[in-house]
Design a protein around this ligand. Structure first.
Ligand code: XMP
Length: 318
């Protein structure tokens, strides 16, 4: 019978058999469950000949790099941290089209990752957290979200660097990965972490991404996540986050007129992200979110709640 321990054992054995004694393996960490479990399995198999790389693309959430690095450290992974945020933000300057933002972030990611991997030497393999549904999707399935929005992985890199692929999770579904993650000792915060898009906050700031807008969205988003966790709602929904709508509206604070940005809160339930419904969050929670964002985040004087389902709206605003 198929148990988690036997899966881990056989996956580790297979990786050991594949990777030559002098060869090194790289992988890109995102802080999410798939890439973390992949890195842990490869690490078990070949130790420090696995070099996990974590790229700061400048559009991560508040404290995200610190939290990811701390988690990886606690799991015994020695991560190469590359802060490429300035490079990404420079290339995003003046860019307003959502697909163009995705392209820039995807290409820059590959470039930065490749440059880092080349420094390591003797790298022959790329480990990736591909799951079974991804395998199916890439050969036969082009669902609406695959054609409406392009989703970036480390595509193109294996060919360019002539790397062979290690995909220890390619026969698993998400719930099986979660069980393995628990078995490997990952904290519940990682096991049940909500999906976060590769292009990060860049597609949650409508139009141009600037440092000022990023700073505002980071604060607002941190409040949403904190309150969702605090109230227990974080684990009941598919995704919950803030979107910065860079449109200014009039408000009043004390004796003064204000003229500041709008933050939208998006919270959806879904099985597979193909369809989604907006979550009927309690009014008290919405009130707390609104009060906190308007009081604590400089530059925002209005909060709205997104009550659109998918289709016809998408989960992300871009
Ligand atoms: P949409 O907005 O198409 O999102 O309803 C469906 C799911 O995909 C995520 N998403 C992305 N993930 N790169 C990613 O890695 C992307 O460019 C991207 N766009 C959307 C979104 O967060 C949701 O879970």
């Amino acid at each position: 019978t198929w148990t988690m321990e036997s899966f881990i054992e056989s996956a580790v054995r297979e990786i050991r058999e594949k990777v030559g004694p002098e060869e090194r393996v790289v992988c890109a960490l995102s802080g999410g469950i798939d890439s973390t479990v992949t890195a842990l399995l490869v690490h078990r198999a070949i130790g420090e000949r696995l070099v996990p790389i974590f790229v700061n693309n400048g559009v991560l959430r508040k404290n995200e790099p610190e939290e990811v690095l701390e988690l990886m450290g606690s799991l015994g992974l020695k991560v190469r941290y590359v802060d490429a945020s300035q490079k990404f933000l420079e290339r995003l300057r003046g860019v307003t089209d959502p697909e163009e933002k995705r392209r820039i972030i995807g290409h820059t990611f590959i470039e930065v990752f490749e440059e880092e991997a080349r420094k390591i030497g003797n790298v022959r393999w790329l480990a990736q957290g591909t799951l079974y549904p991804d395998v199916i999707e890439s050969v036969s399935f082009k669902g609406p979200s695959a054609t409406i929005k392009t989703h970036h992985n480390v595509g193109g890199l294996p060919e360019r660097m002539q790397l062979k692929l290690l995909e220890p999770l390619r026969e698993l579904f998400k719930d099986e990965v979660r069980e393995i993650a628990r078995e490997l000792g990952l904290p519940q915060k990682v096991v049940w972490r909500q999906p976060f898009p590769g292009p990060g906050l860049a597609i949650r700031i409508l139009g141009e991404v600037t440092e000022e807008r990023l700073a505002i969205l980071r604060e607002a988003d941190a409040i949403v996540t904190e309150e969702m966790l605090e109230s227990g709602w974080y684990y009941k929904v598919w995704q919950s986050f803030a979107v910065l709508v860079p449109v200014k509206t009039v408000g009043v604070m004390g004796d003064y007129r204000t003229y500041e940005y709008v933050v939208a809160i998006r919270c959806v339930e879904s099985q597979d992200a193909m369809t989604a419904d907006w979550v009927r969050l309690p009014y008290d929670l919405l009130a707390r979110l609104s009060n906190r964002i308007i009081n604590e985040v400089q530059g925002v004087n209005r909060v709205v709640y997104d009550i659109s389902s998918k289709p016809p709206a998408t989960i992300e605003w871009e």
